[in-house]
Design a protein around this ligand. Structure first.
Ligand code: SF4
Ligand code: SF4
Length: 267
């Protein structure tokens, strides 16, 4: 039987920067408060989020008989300056790059599985968190210990059963990657990074539009996030919103996040 270390080793070989495996039991409302977010109307004009809610929570409805979600991380360069075009908007071609790597990984593994990269109703970041690759910060993005939030994600949902084992890092990795973060098989150990986040407020304070919920669980009011107007649904900004010097997207909440400054933050 494949194990998560074999899968991760091959994922690194095809070009990913990290990889983990999650079991397919449905995400709980605590892990992914999708229904609560929708009920607040905070998805604004992203009406597609109202569809396939059950599939977004349970990949077994996407791929009948699915047993594992292989979650892959591809890091991109942090922005070198503030303003203008946001870092992720500069990586528009990433769909193709990530999909190519997923395709090669599936081939190398010799398994069947559905490749997911943005166009499939599955929440990449919540599955990556389930797989132990990071946690969901208050700004609602996946925070990885090595690359912060500057990552693209992709998955293979497969009927293959994969044993989840402790991560063994390769010689070339000079990080504490997943070893600092509890995976699914270790749910009781506290995540020191997520615990830090609960006491931090920096992204909330950095958002000029008060788009980030100040309380748990992490949630974002899309109608107040300028990125929505400049990338997802291009249209003029409503009066009263401040783009913070960005013409496309916005990095302000990510730039405020201490996990994007490479060193483990201190309270
Ligand atoms: S991307 Fe910008 S506008 Fe949107 S929540 Fe973050 S700081 Fe606020
Ligand atoms: S800035 Fe602070 S509160 Fe926001 S996600 Fe990062 S650690 Fe969490």
């Amino acid at each position: 039987m494949l194990n998560s270390n074999n899968v991760r080793r091959l994922a690194l070989e095809v070009g990913f920067d990290d990889c983990g495996v999650a079991r397919t039991n449905a995400l709980t409302d605590d892990e992914y408060p999708l229904r609560s977010w929708l009920s607040k109307g905070w998805h604004a004009g992203l009406s597609y989020m109202e569809r396939n809610v059950d599939k977004r929570m349970d990949p077994r409805l996407l791929v009948p008989g699915a047993k594992s979600v292989i979650c892959c991380v591809s890091a991109y360069p942090p922005p070198s300056s503030r303003g203008g075009v946001a870092a992720y908007a500069r990586t528009r071609e990433y769909h193709k790059v990530v999909k190519d790597m997923l395709f090669r990984l599936r081939e190398r593994l010799g398994i069947d599985g559905k490749l997911c990269c943005d166009t499939v109703p599955i929440s990449d970041k919540h599955w990556a968190a389930r797989a132990g690759l990071g946690f969901i910060g208050r700004h609602t993005l996946l925070v990885t210990p090595r690359f912060g939030t500057w990552v693209n994600l992709g998955e293979i949902v497969t009927t293959e059963e994969i044993e989840i084992v402790a991560i063994e890092e390769t010689k070339n990795e000079n990080s504490k990657t997943a070893s600092l973060l509890p995976g699914q098989d270790n749910p009781s150990s506290p995540d020191p990074h997520a615990a830090f986040c609960l006491k931090c407020h920096r992204c909330i304070d950095a958002c000029p539009n008060h788009a980030i919920a100040p309380d748990d669980p992490p949630m974002l009011d899309v109608a107040r996030c300028t990125s929505y107007y400049t990338t997802h649904h291009p249209q003029p900004l409503p009066v009263g919103l401040d783009a913070g010097g960005y013409t496309q997207g916005c990095d302000l909440c990510q730039l405020a996040c201490p996990f994007n400054h490479r060193q483990t933050p201190k309270n």
